[in-house]
Design a protein around this ligand. Sequence first.
Ligand SMILES: [Zn+2]
Length: 462
Amino acid sequence: MRSTEALACVALALFSSLASAQADPRLARELLRELVGIRTVHPDGDNTAAARAAARRLLDAGFDPADVQVLEPAPLKGNLVARLRGTGGARPMLLLAHIDVVDALPESWTAGLDPFQLTERGDWLYGRGVVDDKAAAAMFVAILARMKREGFRPKRDIILALTADEETGTHNGVQWLLDGHRPLIEAEFALNEGGSGTLRDGRRIRMGVQVSEKMYLSFELEASNPGGHSSLPRGDNAIYDLAAALDRLSRLNLPARVGPVMRAFAAAYADDEPSALAQALRAIAAGNPSEDDMRRASANPRYNAQLRTTCVATRVEAGHADNALAQKAKATVNCRLLPGDTEEAVRAELQRAAGDRVQVRAKGTLRPSEATDPASAVMAAIAREAQSTWPGVKVIPVMSAGATDGSRLRNVGIPVYGILPVFMEDGDWVRAHGRDERITAKGFEEGLAYFDRLVRTLSAGP
Ligand SMILES: [Zn+2]
């Protein structure tokens, strides 16, 4: 009965390959559930517990304990670093995700949704971190676990780092690893958060890959005055001086700069905009915008943020009593600098606009931000894999207006591609950090499958 035996063998092989292919989403979902259930918020949440939960899944899959480390620079601030060993034919690649999250108050979420418990409603998975950034963490672990079980031997080592304090807190895991344990995460390039897929009316239209990010820096404006009794107002007044300075600042437009990322971004978005704005974006993409084109694009906050360093007043504080003339009036102006702009140049612009009755000084220090080459081979592989998975989808390099850990790696020479290969409508992405954060179960599974193929492709070497 040899042919029957052979058939049985084929059936068994088919069954076990299907079983292993299906094990992935289940493991990823289970780990996502476990990670969401661990409240990894600063300062009292337990990042170490989350790192250990992820480590356990890798050890269960057969990883050598020496290749799975939880490093804890301070209590509760643990980071996981794991390594799937390759043949050494190429330099390692790094998969990075932070496992800390922004806090969430259960009472500010929709009734019945606990931010720190994964809740399934229809095709939606709700919970703090299901988008930012525990989804990627769970996917990466599931991918490595499956590779280990298969005995997959990549050409390059695949390093996984799940880290603490990306959102806030003083023990940023990536920085701590770079400063004291750099060989553990040294890599030719890294995948991290920062990009995502956009659905429009259920249709996949584009996938952004973060290749650079703006730099965060706040300035303080301060007006001073001798003050006095409010029954005797005088010609000079700290509050009016500050208000006048802020009014001038509200009209300050720092110069626009158009580089290759902005041009690709404008080209990709042009099709989605009404005709006048679309024409302006096409001119920017082509490198020959008129003043009118620039004005039109700048009137839209999304494009304005890509075109220039922006500054906006976010807080004011003045006076000490209802019946006294203010001695101090202060405002915080938060700026997001384009890569290449400097603290001193922006401060000088703010001071010039504010006038000489107000002092402008930087609060904190600027962390520089290098950019990743959007024309690299890795970027091409990301786009190719996306095209074969979702034909017709546009893959575009983007600059984040906000900040991620990507800049820390780019600044030491490790190119970073920010990507979460999940497609949702814009309104669903903005729930990250806010209420009712959610991801579709289908998107999560598709994203996992895409990442699995991409990591295999990239780990095969240059
Ligand atoms: Zn994040």
